[in-house]
Design a protein around this ligand. Sequence first.
Ligand SMILES: Cc1ncc(COP(=O)(O)O)c(C=O)c1O
Length: 378
Amino acid sequence: MTNKYQKPTGSYISFMSNKVKTYGGINLAQGIPGFQPPAKLIEILQEVSRENIHQYPAGNGNLKLQQLIQQHYAQYLSLDLKDIMVTQGATEALSLLYTYFTGKFGKDFSALAFSPVYESYKHLPRIFNTGFSEFQLENNEIDFDKLKQTIVQDNVKVVFISSPGNPYGKMFTKPELDTLLKLAEELDFYILFDAVYKELYFEEAPYQPLESLNPRLFYINSFSKMLSVTGWRIGYFFAHPEHMEAIKSIHDYTGLCASSVMQEAIAEYLVQHNYGANYIENLRERLKKNFAYFREELLKLDFYIPETHGGYFVWTRLPEQFNDGFKFAIDLYEQEKVAVIPGEHFSAHAQNYIRLNIAREDEEINEGIKHIQRFVKR
Ligand SMILES: Cc1ncc(COP(=O)(O)O)c(C=O)c1O
């Protein structure tokens, strides 16, 4: 007989959401939005798909889309179009930049990310055979002395930051980011700042470290979550000009370009709809409401939730009677058909945590909570 607690060798996210895809249930596991993209965006997609835009677009991106990105960030800094590159989602930007770093530093360096860690941040170092350090926060804050020590000891050249984060929706403050940028200069490392949840905050907008285009910072963002189009694969990054020529020469042989049709549709939609302001506002409110609801109900069941500022997820410690997030996830699915992700997928220190996706329709959220309540009380 197979052991139902046998751990998967690959991604826990695929493992848990495949259960729902095969046997049904409520998928609070994968970071897929349960919401539709803006209806106008779909209409525009149909219109632009009839145009003559089906061949390779410019490698750096659709000019109109690049200009919109440039205008959007003009509130922070002045960007040259040459320094903005549209990519196949933030995922391609991350792997392209990691490829660039391995060319620059060889194999003999480490990347660092704050615990709990988003998947790509630890798997890129694994794939490229470089080191990886997971750095624990203390009461959700950075101990900078310890961080400095780790960076020097482990020869860290790349620090990943997502703000708000995944799985834990911490937002990094201006003092934290200012200090990190100063340290980057002092200790010779680079920061990959991942802003894919930038618009999805619960109270105040996250601080963006963009007072100038710092050569130590690579800024990554995506339309995946902002417009609920994770399947379209359109993201972008910008960086200081000193890096761009070398990155472009890699990109020509790796990603080459992002989808011409999807870029055109997004650009046209952003022009016509004030960079998606209404859609984003609505999405933000829904996520905020879902988070507050989950929080209230989970706290009643004695879950612990660290202070969370935004993003797509509830990152939560199980009530005391449960000490194994993996077993919890398997039993919850078996008994109640609700899929969640065990915390150990994101950190070896999060054995008794789970992650839940809150970007789902009300009905699924309500059902999900009811089932979790029944399971925990049983
Ligand atoms: C922190 C973070 N970065 C990057 C991505 C990937 O985004 P994209 O769909 O643009 O590749 C995700 C997706 O869940 C994410 O959570």
